[in-house]
Write a protein that binds this ligand. Structure first.
Ligand SMILES: *[C@@H]1O[C@H](CO)[C@@H](O)[C@H](O)[C@H]1NC(C)=O
Ligand SMILES: *[C@@H]1O[C@H](CO)[C@@H](O)[C@H](O)[C@H]1NC(C)=O
Length: 391
């Protein structure tokens, strides 16, 4: 029964099966690569070339570099997790930038993140809820609203509102920015009208959102939901800096209410960091200004798993943290240093006193490892550093 002809036929069949299997794999890989962005593909290829031990060594090296160059807050940041954008089948990554107070550098951080490839950005969508006071202070209502925006299920009303608000719309995408930069009013309007935000939202692998009108604790249910691929960047700044700036905008600068929001978010952050270590990160505005590349690298690692800082983001940081084109670390430090602690030379003595004498604010200042100045003389004395334990 098992003559030579039969064996030959069996061998042929096996050969065909193996060939089909290999071709199938190559096709799948090709599809995979064409669907992920080029940076990710390059990172994949780099990683394929490394064995596990090399990857671990690389990781440990990166971690040591980061810890060495960063201050106290950064040493507690969890290791970057595997990139969720690697697989074309995984759901899009949702990244929420939540700032505890206005005037904390959230626009700068948002603008920086718009440079991350294949992403769109919702800038301050909660603004539209101001007219719905029964929703904007209700944690369930707010998190439900944010989820709708994040999953591109927003209605026409929202889309029209966003398109009409150039200040917010410019961050949505490069196309949106181009529309807002057009010189004539009608051209601007027609250009925005042609964009399909839902469609662009659905295609984006990373969807960023920046809010200053929600508490971090309200995001608990979204973080718990295994079907929501959410990461949160909590942005914190010295309350004296934010409140001094808020004062100039003539917004409510009452220290207790402002600092309560910050304290509340810092408490939520501590708890979330225990429960969802790969989903939350805290970024301190002062650290971002003094160590822009390191902090950005850490954030990118957190977001995509790849902590290398691409050239366009390096250029952005150089442009925004220095006045000169120089890449020199010291010039970056000097220029951004002026910016992040400029408040020290502007804050009225009475406001400094009010903020530092408010126990809630005092607690936040200490948790951020910043100096409590105690007097106008000290706050303007540049030999007294604001950041303790850093540089
Ligand atoms: C940075 O500034 C240079 C020179 O002004 C400019 O050509 C470049 O486009 C800027 N890059 C970014 C990312 O802002
Ligand atoms: C500034 O602070 C330093 C260090 O505490 C102190 O030695 C110096 O006298 C202060 N300068 C003024 C003008 O108060």
């Amino acid at each position: 029964m098992f003559g030579p002809g039969r064996i030959k036929r069996t061998l042929w069949m096996m050969l065909v099966l193996v060939a089909v299997y290999i071709i199938g794999h190559v096709v799948m890989l090709t599809i995979d690569y064409s669907e992920t962005n080029i940076n990710t593909a390059i990172a994949q290829v780099k990683n394929l070339g490394m064995n596990q031990q090399q990857q671990q060594q690389q990781q440990q090296h990166n971690d040591r570099q980061q810890v060495k160059s960063l201050g106290t807050i950064y040493s507690s940041i969890p290791k970057p997790v595997l990139p969720p954008v690697l697989s074309s089948t995984s759901s899009p990554l949702l990244v929420l930038v939540l700032s505890s107070m206005p005037r904390s550098g959230s626009t700068f951080l948002t603008e920086l993140l718009t440079n991350v490839g294949n992403s769109i950005t919702f800038y301050e969508p909660l603004w539209i809820l101001q007219k719905k006071p029964q929703c904007n202070s209700d944690s369930h209502c707010v998190s439900k609203f944010l989820e709708e925006i994040f999953t591109c299920s927003f209605d026409e009303h929202f889309e029209n509102w966003l398109k009409s608000k150039a200040l917010f719309f410019q961050y949505f995408s490069a196309d949106a920015k181009a529309c807002t930069e057009m010189s004539d009013k009608k051209g601007k309007k027609d250009c925005a009208k042609r964009l399909n935000l839902k469609h662009d939202c659905e295609l984006a692998q990373i969807r960023f959102m920046k809010v200053i009108r929600a508490r971090l604790g309200w995001m608990e249910s979204l973080l718990e939901d295994p079907t929501v691929n959410l990461k949160i960047i909590h942005l914190a700044r010295d309350p004296r800096g934010s409140i001094n700036s808020i004062r100039k905008f003539k917004w409510d600068n009452e220290p207790l209410s402002r600092c309560s929001d910050l304290e509340n978010d810092m408490d939520s952050f501590d708890s979330f960091q225990e429960r969802f270590p790969s989903k939350v990160i805290q970024v301190n505005y002062e650290e971002l200004c003094t160590h822009p590349i390191e902090v950005t690298s850490n954030m990118l690692g957190f977001i995509t798993g790849d902590s290398s800082v691409p050239d366009n983001i390096r250029h952005f940081l150089t442009n925004h943290t220095t006045n000169s084109v120089s890449n020199h670390v010291m010039s970056t430090f000097k220029e951004s240093k002026k910016q992040f602690e400029a408040w020290r030379y502007q804050i009225p003595a009475s406001l400094l006193k009010n903020v530092e004498n408010e126990p809630t604010c005092l607690s936040s200042i200490k948790r951020l490892h910043h100096t409590v100045f105690g007097s106008k003389e000290n706050v303007v004395n540049s030999s007294i550093p604001l950041l303790l334990g850093g540089d």
